[in-house]
Write a protein that binds this ligand. Structure first.
Ligand SMILES: Nc1ncnc2c1ncn2[C@@H]1O[C@H](COP(=O)(O)OS(=O)(=O)O)[C@@H](OP(=O)(O)O)[C@H]1O
Ligand SMILES: Nc1ncnc2c1ncn2[C@@H]1O[C@H](COP(=O)(O)OP(=O)(O)O)[C@@H](O)[C@H]1O
Length: 251
């Protein structure tokens, strides 16, 4: 009962700051009208909408889970190991008693984003949409792993801007094209090289490397040998522990 009351107080306090963060990162927000009880806004294509305040705060959820909600954004060429390492890391986090979710480009394109292809316009929308979904998860205190090529720097920056400072952790799978191409588990590089597949990232579509990624996961270790996915995932887990993501803020 006491804990319940505390949670409610925290939520009410959080409501006060809600309006400040309301439209952070949104574009084209204009006041539309003063309705009888509230102010209505136009946002993008949506008109006469109002933000509903008063949900349970992120902090209350983080206390419940004893972790900090964040987005681990894996980016890199096809075959760089994004899915493998994200998956390995997710298992390790669950082993530590943490709540996670994992969104993978290939899988999300089977459902939510099945209406998108690989034109630059569609890739932009793919990343915008997943950026928004990942924000919803992170704002619920969940450690959110996102594994998309996300080739354009500007799109990744926009997702970062939508999140609170420290909530977006860019993980760059820095694996040379030659290594990815040798792996080629789906035979897509072969198809792209032969001209059967057009607009393939790294071949005839650009990949813009991150400039300030929180984590750069190198393909090879100091001995020059290729690193194992388990070791790459361990590097990320260590970072999360060191930076305090695996516990809630102290009260
Ligand atoms: N033209 C082209 N370019 C790049 N990748 C292609 C393409 N066509 C299909 N695929 C397959 O789709 C997977 C990448 O999807 P993403 O949603 O991560 O791509 S993006 O972020 O919108 O660029 C990617 O999966 P991964 O290999 O896991 O990265 C490919 O299997
Ligand atoms: N660290 C690694 N060392 C060797 N092979 C790897 C490593 N990480 C991934 N792989 C292999 O490379 C291929 C591509 O990995 P995947 O995780 O599907 O990459 P992506 O999601 O970036 O396309 C798979 O066959 C996987 O088993």
């Amino acid at each position: 009962m006491r804990r319940h009351a505390q949670t409610i107080i925290t939520s009410v306090n959080a409501m006060a700051s809600c309006t400040v963060n309301l439209f952070a990162g949104s574009s084209a927000v204009t006041k539309n009208s003063q309705l009888s009880t509230c102010t209505a806004y136009d946002v993008g294509e949506s008109t006469n909408i109002k933000w509903h305040e008063g949900g349970v705060s992120r902090d209350a959820k983080e206390q419940l889970l004893n972790q900090k909600g964040c987005v681990l954004w894996f980016t890199g060429l096809s075959g760089s190991g994004k899915s493998t390492v994200a998956c390995t890391l997710e298992h390790a986090l669950i082993g530590e008693g943490k709540l996670t979710t994992l969104m993978d480009g290939d899988n999300i394109r089977h459902g939510l984003n099945s209406n998108l292809g690989f034109s630059s316009t569609d890739r932009v929308e793919n990343i915008r949409r997943i950026g928004e979904v990942s924000k919803l998860f992170a704002d619920s205190g969940i450690i959110t792993l996102v594994s998309f090529i996300s080739p354009y720097r500007n799109d990744r920056c926009k997702v970062r801007e939508r999140l609170q400072p420290g909530q977006f952790i860019e993980v760059y799978m820095k694996v040379p094209l030659s290594v990815c191409e040798t792996r080629d588990p789906k035979g897509l590089y072969k198809k792209a090289r032969s001209g059967q597949l057009k607009g393939f990232t790294g071949i005839d579509d650009p990949y813009e490397e991150p400039e300030n990624a929180e984590l750069v996961i190198e393909a090879a270790g100091p001995d020059g040998n290729l690193r194992r996915p388990e070791d790459q995932a361990a590097q990320i887990l260590e970072y999360l522990k060191l930076k305090g993501y695996l516990q809630a803020s102290q009260k």
